[in-house]
Design a protein. Structure first.
Ligand code: BES
Ligand code: MN
Ligand code: ZN
Length: 518
């Protein structure tokens, strides 16, 4: 999406849609909160015939967050043409957060997209304590995410996706006299992150028939080719030679064979020491539950059971595009979990890549089984400085945290704190929960080293404790995104479907690591 940054505020606007942030302020006389326009808008309004003043005088619009009023100016302002004006509420200006700015940008771009308008201008909101550079980034992010649609299967596209045109050409208007280079850089980088998040959304939204494990590998290769990542895919005999028995077991029921996908960004400066950062993703392209088959209502949503993998692809794409000076490796365990005559069964015992044996007590607990091999490979092959896995791992995480937070756990408090802070910075909230010795005990099998499912109690942590058995002493964190990867709730920058959760947070975390090393 093309986004430019201009100074001169609203007087520089020429667009099919001009979006103006309106805050809600308590009036000096009464207590009722009323709308307040940013500087410079009043004089623009006069030149447009006073349509804004008239609308505000109606009392219909208070400037509450995401409140909207669309206006059609009667007369053009000089040479500039402004087709429509959207008043978009941002609430209390003194309490404005970057997330509110992101939502504002999302609302603005969503409106333009909905109305098929090509030229969008957004007047940047200003809030106390918010740096203009950070605002430019949040606005750009919101706009790219808010313009996203998944409609590639509509014969007559109502609009496109990140790859086909459809997103409006956008200008961010700042009322500033100082230089814009910092703002431009911030907006440019935000566009890269948000477009990478949209790539992750495209992957997660893709139906199982469109994106089986080999399809996911093909898309990873395409992203690699476009951005200069290294990509390697192991399948069939290579997986057998590599002893990926757990991954192979989960994929055995499907006609679409499993794949281990490795994406590598070799951005480290010469002479930097230690292993890479490893990002590991669960890539179940469709989870029927296998022989322990799921009930049919909602089963179709399990096409997004590769959202962890999608976040890894998105984060690597951003790291490469931004040329971050650090070595990052993404590892994806891709398989389809199906019931069939060749499927793995309840009661089976698998000897995983690590040598640890796993008794399969429920074929629907497949994510941890494929991750066992992927984590073991990451640890032994790359000796990472730190490792994060992302997985739509348990229904229990959805019940515990809903769509509002990702469940985080691991073996390293400092790493968990880094990730929590990265999530705060990008508004991808994380709840850190413990892994207790009792959680692991629940996962010990009477006949094998581990079993893949325990009782329902503590389901998020018992899954985490299982994974911990495969990471050795590598600093590691596990993010259960079962609740946050998919949404049915519309927000200014999300609508029904995949959220692409994790991409922005991972990029923020990798960047913080770059800072630490510098
Ligand atoms: N992919 C599911 C978890 C899931 C559920 C993700 C809902 C997103 C939304 C996972 O493979 C699964 O089936 N987990 C089981 C584990 C159980 C059998 C121990 C679950 O949570 O029920
Ligand atoms: Mn499952
Ligand atoms: Zn699953």
């Amino acid at each position: 999406m093309k986004i430019s940054v201009k100074s001169g505020g609203v007087s520089a606007a020429s667009a099919d849609l001009l979006v103006i942030p309106v805050s809600s302020e308590p009036s000096k006389t009464g207590n009722k909160a009323g709308p307040r326009l940013p500087q410079g808008v009043a004089s623009l309004d006069r030149s447009l015939g006073g349509v804004i003043a008239q609308a505000l005088a109606s009392g219909d619009f208070q400037g509450r967050p995401d409140q909207r009023m669309l206006l059609y100016p009667a007369s053009p302002a000089g040479q500039k043409s402004i087709g429509r004006i959207l008043l978009l509420g941002i609430g209390d200006r003194n309490a404005l957060t970057l997330e509110a700015v992101r939502r504002f940008g999302g609302g603005a771009a969503g409106e333009a997209r909905e109305r098929k308008l090509r030229r969008l201008a957004i007047l940047a909101p200003r809030g106390r304590g918010l740096r203009a550079e950070a605002c430019a980034g949040a606005l750009a992010e919101g706009a790219v995410l808010g313009a996203y649609r998944y409609d590639r299967f509509k014969s007559q596209p109502r609009s496109g996706t990140v790859r086909s045109p459809g997103a409006p050409t956008t200008t961010l208007l700042f009322d500033l006299s100082e230089g814009l280079s910092g703002l431009r850089k911030s907006a440019r980088e935000a566009v890269v992150c948000a477009e990478s998040q949209n790539v992750a959304r495209d992957l997660s939204n893709a139906p199982g028939n469109e994106l089986p494990p080999a399809g996911l590998a093909r898309e990873a290769r395409r992203v690699a080719r476009e951005t200069g990542l290294h990509c390697r895919v192991l399948r069939g005999a290579e997986l057998e030679r590599g002893k990926f028995s757990a991954l192979l077991a989960v994929g055995a029921g499907s006609a679409n064979p499993p794949q281990l996908i490795v994406l590598e960004h070799r951005g480290a400066r010469k002479g930097s020491s230690g292993g890479p950062l490893c990002l590991v993703g669960k890539g179940i392209t469709f989870d029927s539950g296998g022989i322990s088959i799921k009930p049919s209502p909602g089963m179709g949503d399990m096409k997004h059971d590769m959202s962890g993998a999608a976040a890894v692809v998105g984060a690597l794409r951003a790291a490469a595009t931004l040329k971050l000076p650090i070595h990052v490796v993404g590892i994806i365990a891709a398989a389809e979990n199906m019931p069939s005559g060749t499927a793995y069964r309840p009661g089976d015992v698998i000897r995983s890549r690590s040598g640890k044996t796993i008794e399969v007590t429920n074929t629907d607990a497949e994510g941890r089984v494929v991750l066992a091999d992927a984590l073991d490979y990451a640890v032994k092959h790359y000796k990472p400085k730190a490792m994060i896995d992302l997985a739509t791992l348990t229904g229990a995480a959805m019940i515990a945290f809903g769509p509002w937070a990702t469940g985080a756990m691991g073996n390293d408090d400092a790493l968990l704190e880094e990730i929590r802070q990265a999530g705060e910075a990008t508004s991808e909230r994380m709840c850190v929960i413990p892994l207790l010795p009792e959680h692991l005990k629940e996962m010990i099998s009477p006949i094998a080293d581990l079993k893949n499912s325990g009782a329902r109690e503590g389901g998020v942590s018992t899954a985490g404790a299982f994974l911990q058995e495969f990471v050795g002493d590598t600093p590691w964190a596990h993010l259960d995104i079962a609740g946050t990867g998919w949404t049915n709730r519309r927000t200014p920058y999300h609508r029904h479907g995949a959220t692409g959760v994790g991409v922005r947070m991972l990029v923020a975390w990798v960047r913080a690591r770059v800072q630490q090393n510098a």
